[in-house]
Ligand binder design. Sequence first.
Ligand SMILES: Cc1cc2nc3c(=O)[nH]c(=O)nc-3n(C[C@H](O)[C@H](O)[C@H](O)COP(=O)(O)OP(=O)(O)OC[C@H]3O[C@@H](n4cnc5c(N)ncnc54)[C@H](O)[C@@H]3O)c2cc1C
Length: 407
Amino acid sequence: MTLRTRVLIVGGGPVGLTASALLSQQGIENVVVERRRNTIRAPAAHVLRPRTLEVFDRLGIGDEVRAAAPLSDLDFITWCATLGGTEAGRLDTRSDRLDWTHCPQNLLEPILQRHSESQTPARILRGVDWTDLEQDGDGVCATVQHDDGREERIEASWLLAADGAGSPVRRQLDIAMLGPGPQIRMWMVHFEADLRPLMEGRSGPLFWVLNPQAPGTFIVHDPARSIVFMTPHFGVENEEETISARLAAAIGADIELCIVSIDQWAMHVQVAERYREGRVFLIGDAAHRFPPSGGLGLNTGIADADFLVHQLTRVENDAADPVCLDAYERECRPCAETNAHESFENAKRLAEISTAIGPCPDLVTLETRLNSLSTEERKQLDQAIERQRSHFASHGRLPPDPRARPG
Ligand SMILES: Cc1cc2nc3c(=O)[nH]c(=O)nc-3n(C[C@H](O)[C@H](O)[C@H](O)COP(=O)(O)OP(=O)(O)OC[C@H]3O[C@@H](n4cnc5c(N)ncnc54)[C@H](O)[C@@H]3O)c2cc1C
């Protein structure tokens, strides 16, 4: 059986679904194949920048995304011994007027999914795995496998690989990722709890816990219910079994909680050596993988989709020569390089806070130290915290709005 379409999108994550919606808006028939039956369960990405919201506004879903964002108070970023313990300091971001929309990925993806599949030119096929690809000057022919084992061929003029950081399409095309490989492995623990009693007077989206036995970051998606704890791999045997104890040690207070999921990810700082192979384009995490410090991964991916779809639409409507598609790599790849670098610098700069506090082998020493800092030491620590400001205030680098350019 062969299905024919104009654009085939491999991967129905946020970037693939956005590309589909943008193509549909231009009346361009497209098919998305996504191997997962359901949208993502873990919150993962959560910071949406203004450019991303502009794209969603154009699609008519901006208000729905804003309404889904559970946390509106972004006043402080906090460093503490434990969530319920001594505070090392906080960054007051009120003067930066952070224009984030704090919408976790597990709430965003269903909105994108509903919108994309409601568009007539689009077909969103879930439970379908892309397996192979051939192309010539006229088009691409992909082989996909349905989760009931059925194989199908899909012919298209173009293929967008939005299949994430491990991108099977990128691997088949033998496109290398340039830049440092796994820097650190992390656990991502999604749990439900009511954290509001611990956050009184210092609410905000991010809490860095410095407890040497349980270091990590709390991402507060909804203080009454949904929180993620990210903590590094210690590389010990059966580590996953110790994660709930580590989470309790990081919270440092007696609260009821329920772990929803434990996932792992590795920090990369990489950009694909090229974004295009003939009629195939890499977009989103398939083209670049950043540390999450800075919240730029998804936002950069949405900008990729917006830029590329604009150029593809012009070509498909015979309004421009296919050579204009080269602008995609030329404009978007340098942005990814800058954002990869910036995100990595943000991650490295965080260590300045522990350095300012000095070595503390355990929680008791850390708490004692934080409670007995001299005026000069307090100043050093406050300055180290202040130096983190660009981490949160930067918008990263994004390609120019293609609609604003002549030609
Ligand atoms: C803890 C954490 C926090 C983050 N926070 C932020 C943030 O605040 N802001 C931000 O901008 N970014 C953030 N990111 C990064 C963000 O999650 C990613 O950049 C984003 O998910 C990339 O979207 P994507 O659609 O390109 O790829 P993905 O979300 O990875 O989607 C790819 C899809 O392709 C599918 N797929 C793969 N192979 C195949 C195949 N062979 N056939 C069919 N389907 C396939 C996968 O199932 C998946 O659904 C964070 C990441 C993490 C881990």
